[in-house]
Design a protein around this ligand. Structure first.
Ligand code: SAM
Ligand code: SF4
Length: 381
């Protein structure tokens, strides 16, 4: 079994108007209690799971680059005191460009992959996204990150309101020339309940339509490929196999991970059954749960074989390497309806027994998954 740990650090200096992750403004007061709870949660999971080696440890958020190197070292001490580490273990951290100065010390504390939330390389766009850094500061942060010796990835958001294809081309070309081995290029999602959703609802913000977003996506794929970044997942591009995000591959390949910290999701085998776990979202609830029950779970949901097969299909289809059709069909106890989609050129067999989306198919990933799961004749997309 391949196992990783996701550690959620929920604090941010400011809350970006497009973001719906489990985050809150940092005021400092609960930090010590949360650190202790995270360590205790990890240790108790170790006791329950028995000896295991980790494939990856990922600090996500929120803004985990606000953690001090001492705090990172403390959590990693707890991880290594509890679990073994695989030889090529990835210890990743999502960093905001404002924390550039802290990156060398965070790497010194054990981080070996930095994922920088750049989002845009255009100051007006950064203002629109409510970010607390300029494009120049982001470029400096990438430079600092590259000099730490850690593997470096950059997150960008495209299809922003008012963004032109030409402007995105300039931003992306600039990013692809940087000293990075990995790029995540996400299409802006207007998440319900966010200030962006409110502004879109009242007409103050005009999201790009599906057709425009498809053009951004196709341009992204073409420019990344031209620069030698392989699109190994719908939104993720890597310079070679070793540069792929090993932790995220756990999610897409249906492997196991422990979700630690407020609101963290996980997937692990409990009593032989794949189980979806969710930790308490509230800080106090999470800290209290760890104090009382040893671990921070609010819910555990044993996935029926059908649900496990559907999830494996949805996640695995996102990968260029595709999904193992036999494994999915065994779980579903029925065949996938792929013939029509293959004839329409939306999915293809990467190699015998592995099904993936084609480039045009990537624009309709979710709808294609639904169609593969349906037993009737395919409908036009
Ligand atoms: C949970 S965030 C944490 C990263 C870090 N706090 C930062 O903001 O730089 C991870 C990534 O998700 C992406 N993201 C968050 N909300 C998004 C949205 N509504 N649409 C598209 N991408 C989004 C951003 O690219 C971000 O870097
Ligand atoms: S995008 Fe990052 S910095 Fe902004 S609110 Fe979300 S997690 Fe925090």
């Amino acid at each position: 079994m391949t196992l990783g740990i996701y550690i959620h650090w929920p604090f941010c200096r400011r809350i970006c108007p497009y973001c719906d992750f489990n985050v809150r403004r940092w005021r400092g007061e609960e930090e010590a209690g949360l650190l202790g709870a995270i360590c205790a949660d990890i240790a108790e999971h170790g006791r329950r799971l028995g000896p295991q080696s980790l494939h990856s440890v990922h600090f996500g958020g929120g803004t985990p680059s606000m953690l001090t190197p001492q705090a990172i070292a403390r959590i990693l001490d707890c991880v290594t005191g509890t679990f073994g580490l695989e030889d090529a273990v990835e210890i990743g951290l999502e960093a905001n460009p404002e924390d550039a100065g802290a990156l060398p010390e965070l790497v010194g504390a054990g981080i070996n992959r930095l994922s920088l939330g750049v989002q845009a390389l255009d100051d007006a766009a950064l203002g629109q996204l409510g970010r607390g850094h300029t494009a120049y500061a982001a470029l400096e942060a990438i430079d600092v990150a590259a000099r730490t010796g850690a593997r470096v990835s950059v997150d960008l958001i495209h299809s922003r309101p008012g963004q032109t294809l030409a402007a995105w081309e300039a931003e992306l070309r600039r990013a692809l020339r940087l000293e990075i081995e990995h790029l995540s290029a996400y299409q802006l999602t207007i998440e319900a309940g966010t200030p962006f959703a409110k502004a879109a609802g009242s007409g103050r913000l005009l999201p790009q339509d599906t057709e425009q977003a498809a053009q951004f996506y196709e341009l992204t794929q073409a420019l990344c490929a031209e620069a030698g970044f392989c699109g190994y997942e719908i939104s993720n591009h890597a310079k070679g196999e070793s540069a792929r995000a090993r932790h995220n591959l756990l999610y897409w390949r249906g492997d196991d991970w422990l979700g630690i910290g407020p609101g963290a999701h996980g997937r692990i085998a409990l009593a032989g059954q794949r189980t979806a776990t969710i930790a308490w979202r509230g800080l106090k609830d999470y800290i209290d749960a760890v104090a009382q029950a040893g671990i921070g779970w609010e819910s555990t949901d044993a996935l029926a074989a059908e649900a496990e097969g559907e999830e494996m299909l949805l996640m695995g289809l996102r990968l260029a390497e595709g999904v193992d059709v036999q494994r999915v069909e065994r779980l579903l106890r029925r065949p996938l309806s792929s013939t029509g989609l293959m004839q329409s050129g939306l999915v293809h067999a990467v190699r015998p027994g592995r099904l993936a989306l084609t480039l045009p198919g990537r624009l309709f990933a979710d709808r294609i998954a639904v169609q593969l799961l349906a037993s009737e004749a395919p409908v036009a997309l």
